[in-house]
Structures are given as C-alpha cells and as structure tokens.
Design a protein around this ligand. Structure first.
Ligand code: 8YV
Length: 326
C-alpha cells in the first residue's frame, strides 16, 4: 500500500533524485520530500526532529544549516560517488554517518573520460558539425587532428576512477603519469610531485580527483599554462577542481589546444565563451549516466538506507555512524 508521505516517516528526500528512486522512497518508506519553497521552514519546524535519514544526491547534498534543523539526523545517504555538497566534516563532528555509491560507476565515468579524450583530440564532435553544416561538400576535407594512441596522459587523482581510466589508456599504448595527494605504493605509473609538474610533461591532463574544499582549483592557471598550447584538458570530476576562468581564457587565447568537459563550476551553466569554440567538447554531466550504472547506484543507495534503518550502520560509508549512536 502506498504510504506517501507518512507523517511518522523518518526518511527525507533532499533535492531531485532519479524518478524511480524518488518513487520507491515515497511508496516503500513513506518518505517526505524537503520543500524548496516558502513552506520549507514550517516543514522543518513540524518534521525536523523526527527525521533520522536523508537521501540526497551530489547535486544537492546536506549543509550545516540543514543538519542543525534535523536535530536527530543519523545518516546522509548520497546517490553518487561525489559528496562535496554535503558538509562531511560537520557531519562527522555531530556523529552523522555519510554514505556514497563508489565502484559501481567507475567503468562508465572512465569510459566517458576516454570518450572525451578521443573526441577532443580527434575533433569528432566538430567533424560531425562539419558534415551536418554541408562543409564537406563546400569546403573539402576536415582539417587533420591529433593522434590519441601513444599520447602522454597525466591523471590528477589516482583513485578508483583514475585507475579505471589508466587501465583503459594502457590499451591505447599511452604513457601514463599521475599526481595524487599521496603516492600510490603499488602503482606502475610515474608519480609527479605536483599538478604543475605533471601538466608540464604530458599532452593530456585528465582530472579525476574528488571535489570539495581540499581540491578547489587544484588545477590552477599555472598548471594550465604548464600544459600549454599543445596540451588538452579533460575533466570528468568536478568543475571546482579547475580554475574555470583561467581555462576559458587559455582556450580562447590559444594557450591550450582544447578541452573535453563533463563538469562545470556552476552547473548547469556553461561559460558562454566556450559555446562557440570548436576545439572544446561540452557534455551535460553524463559520466555515470547509463541505464545500467544508474540502476546499480540506485540499488546501492537503497542498500545503505536499509542497512541504516535496520542496523544503524552504512554499507559504503564515507563517514561511518559512530558506535555510540547506533
Ligand atoms: C551523478 C556524479 O551525475 O557520482 C557522482 O559524483 O557526479 C554523477 O555520477 C550525480 O551524482 C547524480 O546526482
């Protein structure tokens, strides 16, 4: 029997979610959805103290203010691997667990990175536009592009997704180097001590580092200048990791050869100046966006929710619920 929404429910949806997940939360858990309009404060005054778990996504997350308003919150269950919109430090201080959906999306996000590398270096999207505009018949052959196989690729962030990207690029005979907060002990790839050092020695710089305050503008103007006029930037992580203004300036002035971007600093807004550039491939944050992967992310989100409701713990925690409050 549909329970939506149950006055006694302890589950709260924050922000938009995959429709089937939102339906399940409302039907099977009687979940409330946090209003985004003027009724938000009265909703929080009425239900705030009874909510035990929030289900949200990387797009929305739970900030400090909302954690305070939900005085008995025990867990934030995040649909997505990235959780930079949730204040995890504050959650940890308050004994609130946080989970994400790692591993299940690494293949698709890595596939997207490789797709962007190929598209950006070979200019396939631009070539497609060329055909559609009738330029092949009126102007002749498309200009020559840049070879992918054997390219030198630098990966910023050698976590699960970074490693999956490297694994794929091995098949292209690419020379791979990386920079990471810490050197990865068992890694066969060359380690660079800084992003600038990495950028200075590669043809393509791929950003695969987690977002959040610690990585904000990690790829700064100096790093982009080190990548240089023959270098390409690919970002499948978070827009915040790159100095977007510097990126746009350099793409415009010829200071970079091109870029493949799935993520932006202020989604869904894309810097207007990029829209007219043919050496830039722009995607609307679709890295994990396949039927199979989104279903796996949904299943893992629900596993975390069920585990929290039944045992007070999380299956894939970023911050585990402390034993004292389970
Ligand atoms: C999703 C993502 O688009 O997992 C992430 O961190 O960025 C993507 O997989 C997003 O989380 C869905 O809201």
């Amino acid at each position: 029997m549909p329970l939506s929404p149950n006055a006694n429910s302890v589950v709260l949806q924050v922000g938009p979610l995959k429709p089937s997940l939102a339906d399940t939360l409302s039907r099977d858990y009687g979940a409330h959805a946090l209003p985004t309009n003027a009724t938000r404060s009265s909703f929080l005054a009425t239900h705030g103290d009874s909510i035990r778990v929030v289900v949200t996504s990387g797009r929305t997350g739970v900030d400090r203010e909302l954690m305070i308003a939900l005085s008995n919150l025990g867990a934030v269950v995040n649909f997505g691997v990235g959780y930079d919109t949730t204040d995890v430090e504050f959650a940890a201080q308050r004994g609130i667990g946080v989970s994400n959906t790692p591993d299940v999306l690494s293949d698709c996000v890595a596939d997207t990175a490789v797709g962007l590398i190929i598209d950006t270096l070979r200019g396939f999207s631009a070539a497609d536009r060329y055909v559609r505009a009738g330029n092949w018949t009126s102007q002749g052959n498309f200009p020559l592009t840049r070879k992918v196989s054997g390219a030198r690729v630098g990966i910023v962030g050698l976590g699960r997704i970074g490693r999956a990207i490297a694994q794929r690029l091995n098949g292209f005979g690419c020379e791979i180097a990386y920079h990471n907060r810490r050197r990865v002990p068992d890694s066969p790839y060359r380690y660079a001590n800084s992003v600038v050092e990495l950028a200075g020695g590669v043809d393509v710089l791929v950003v695969a580092a987690a977002g959040g305050p610690a990585s904000a503008r990690l790829v700064d103007r100096v790093a982009l200048e080190a990548l240089g006029p023959r270098g390409y930037l690919v970002n499948i992580a978070r827009g915040s990791v790159v100095d977007e203004e510097a990126l746009v300036d350099l793409l415009f002035s010829g200071g970079l050869a091109g870029a493949g971007l799935d993520v932006f600093a202020d989604e869904p807004n894309v810097p207007e100046r990029l829209l007219g550039l043919d050496n830039v491939v722009l995607l609307p944050h679709v890295g994990s966006g396949t039927v199979e992967t989104r279903a796996a992310m949904e299943a893992l989100t629900l596993s975390n929710l069920d585990e929290f409701l039944s045992s007070g713990t999380l299956v894939t925690p970023v911050v585990q619920v402390p034993e004292a409050v389970r």
